[in-house]
Design a protein around this ligand. Structure first.
Ligand code: GNR
Ligand code: NI
Length: 176
């Protein structure tokens, strides 16, 4: 099952804290590969395991531009070990909050410790889009969505629309 369906909000599976992986073994590597394929197909620049229904601390990303060489990243148990005092506002979207965007304030740069595809401990320091995306994906592992960082007013408008959309899809399963 390479490309997996992406869960959209509201859904209790997106609000749960994900479990750490004990070890990056073949099963975790298969999940990482499936997630990357799902992310490219969507298309998106990041994906967290809870978005495909796996409550595990696994994320994948590729923030390379359209005409650049792909830069796939696969991380298990990612942990922010340093964040800059400087903050930036960036427009964010989420495959689990389809068609909604909002500006989110976050640290401009972060250092993240993780287990790589070979189960080796590594660290990456990032700024720009990669820093924003790493924080967005690590948030998913805590059950946090980008809408949890914006005003309650904006959040409720988006969530109400998503609920309405889900209701419409449930009533017309054959269409669209
Ligand atoms: O594809 C995605 N784009 C994006 C844009 C700005 C900030 C964060 C992201 S992540 C998102 C894919 C996604 O939902 N990952 O969890
Ligand atoms: Ni997301």
């Amino acid at each position: 099952m390479p490309v997996r369906p992406i869960i959209t909000a509201p859904d209790p599976r997106l609000k749960a804290r994900a479990r750490p992986v004990a070890k990056v073994d073949d099963a975790v590597r298969r999940l990482m590969d499936d997630m990357l394929e799902t992310m490219y197909a969507a298309p998106g620049i990041g994906l967290a395991a809870p978005q495909v229904g796996e409550s595990l601390r696994v994320i994948v990303l590729d923030v390379a531009g359209k005409d650049e060489k792909p830069q796939p990243m696969k991380l298990a148990n990612p942990e922010i070990v340093w964040a800059s005092d400087e903050r930036v506002r960036c427009e964010e979207g989420c495959l689990s909050v389809p068609e909604h965007y909002a500006e989110v304030d976050r640290p401009a740069a972060v250092r993240v410790r993780y287990l790589d595809y070979q189960n080796e401990i590594r660290e990456v320091e990032a700024d720009g889009t990669l820093a924003t995306c790493l924080q967005h994906e690590i948030d998913h592992l805590e059950g946090t969505l980008f809408v949890d960082h914006i005003s309650a007013l904006k959040r409720n408008i988006i969530l109400r629309k998503l609920k309405k959309q889900k209701r419409a899809e449930a009533e017309e399963p054959a269409r669209s």
